[in-house]
Design a protein around this ligand. Structure first.
Ligand code: GLA
Length: 387
């Protein structure tokens, strides 16, 4: 058996520091089934926590020094508590150190500390590797401070992690990834409604096995970076559309009013948002009555809307989705922020290999790199890991 992320992080901590960590916590990546680019506009989303996790090992220091290390070998940050600030935390340390900064901003009296991070959530694949880092670190730091893992603590850590991602990493994300990582129930999708404050959450059972179905996630290998500008631009345009419509949350806008928007770009972007909200409702109802064909159709329509109206897909995602469907997937769509990353397909178990092989063939024929396929099963939320 492969060691888990938390076993590896513990071993890595001991190797780097010559002592055991005081706390180990871990958090899952996620795949979003449906409800894309609506979380920051007050809409509902339906992500699934992954089995792939990121783990953080921590120990307090007697002084105010903070050292952040990652097994992925991408830079050590060595500074002080006061030095944890927006602008002073490059790369992955923006997520880890950003959370420590946000906790201090929130009034938590953090000690100096040693932190080591390791994980198997694929990086940059649209499966929320950054939120997995933030949530594992936030929980680990809460553990160092001796906090009990109550639902209220989990909710407050969602806010801490979103703040770190927005204000330190500079990615103006919506909260879906952090919420599912911290508040999911094991083995289920999590319906999160950002129309409520705080967002309402409800687990939706995902009995794929009983139906002989699997989720096949295909990582196109095209790397997106949410801080690159496309995501922020979509968000700005959508918020401008909400203002033009006189609604606080674009997800609540009336479809007829959207159709009458005078700005054509705002009209298309807003059409994606209001139609995606309907598709999430349809998908949840379909899941609850195990109507997989309807769920699949909603996924297909979501992809078309993200490709044509929100324009966050890319040729590699479109091909993965089209081929999956041609090979017997009930539905398929891009998942996550887009501009690369991964697609997710709902596939009869007996067809999974053929779907993956056909996508590989089509990529090879186009001279693209080989994509990476993963059969995904629902995992569990972030938690402390015993020794
Ligand atoms: C990224 C963000 C999320 C969400 C998705 C798009 O994953 O982190 O908040 O906006 O993109 O649905």
């Amino acid at each position: 058996m492969q060691p888990t992320a938390s076993q590896r992080v513990r071993a890595g901590f001991v190797t780097a520091l010559g002592r055991e960590p005081t706390v180990v916590a871990d958090a899952p990546g996620r795949v979003n089934l449906i409800g894309e680019h609506v979380d920051y506009l007050g809409g509902p989303v339906l992500p699934v926590p992954l089995r792939q996790r990121t783990a953080a090992a921590l120990a307090a220091r007697a002084d105010d020094r903070v050292v952040l290390r990652s097994a992925q070998g991408d830079g050590v940050w060595d500074g002080t508590l006061a030095g944890l600030r927006p602008g002073s935390l490059p790369g992955w340390t923006a997520y880890a150190g950003g959370v420590l900064w946000a906790l201090r901003e929130d009034g938590h009296d953090l000690p100096g500390l040693e932190l080591f991070v390791d994980g198997d959530v694929p990086l940059g694949a649209g499966l929320s590797s950054s939120a997995a880092v933030s949530c594992a670190v936030a929980l680990g730091a809460a553990g160092l401070l001796g906090h009990d893992l109550t639902p209220a603590l989990r909710r407050s850590l969602v806010e801490v992690c979103v703040r770190a991602e927005t204000e330190v990493a500079g990615a103006p994300t919506g909260g879906m990834d952090q919420t599912v990582a911290l508040l999911a129930e094991p083995g289920a999708a999590l319906l999160i409604d950002f129309g409520d404050d705080p967002p309402a959450t409800r687990p939706v059972p995902l009995d794929l096995g009983g139906a002989g179905l699997e989720l096949l996630v295909t990582d196109t290998g095209v790397r997106h970076r949410l801080v690159d500008g496309g995501y922020a631009e979509r968000r700005r345009t959508a918020e401008a559309a909400a203002r033009a419509l006189g609604v606080e949350q674009l997800a609540r806008a009336d479809a007829d009013a959207v159709a009458r928007l005078s700005d054509p770009l705002q009209r298309r972007r807003a059409r994606h948002v209001v139609s995606e909200v309907d598709r999430v409702r349809t998908a949840v109802a379909a899941l609850e009555r195990r109507d997989w064909a309807t769920l699949g159709r909603a996924m297909d329509a979501s992809h078309a809307s993200l490709r044509d109206d929100y324009e966050v897909s890319c040729p590699e995602l479109d091909v993965a989705v089209r081929v999956a469907r041609g090979q017997g997937a009930l539905g398929a769509r891009m998942t996550g922020g887009g501009f690369g990353g991964s697609s997710v397909a709902l596939v009869p178990g007996a067809r999974v290999r053929d779907v993956a092989a056909a996508i590989d063939d089509e990529y090879a024929a186009r001279g693209w790199g080989t994509p990476r396929h993963r059969r995904i099963g629902p995992g569990r939320p972030a938690g402390f890991v015993g020794s």
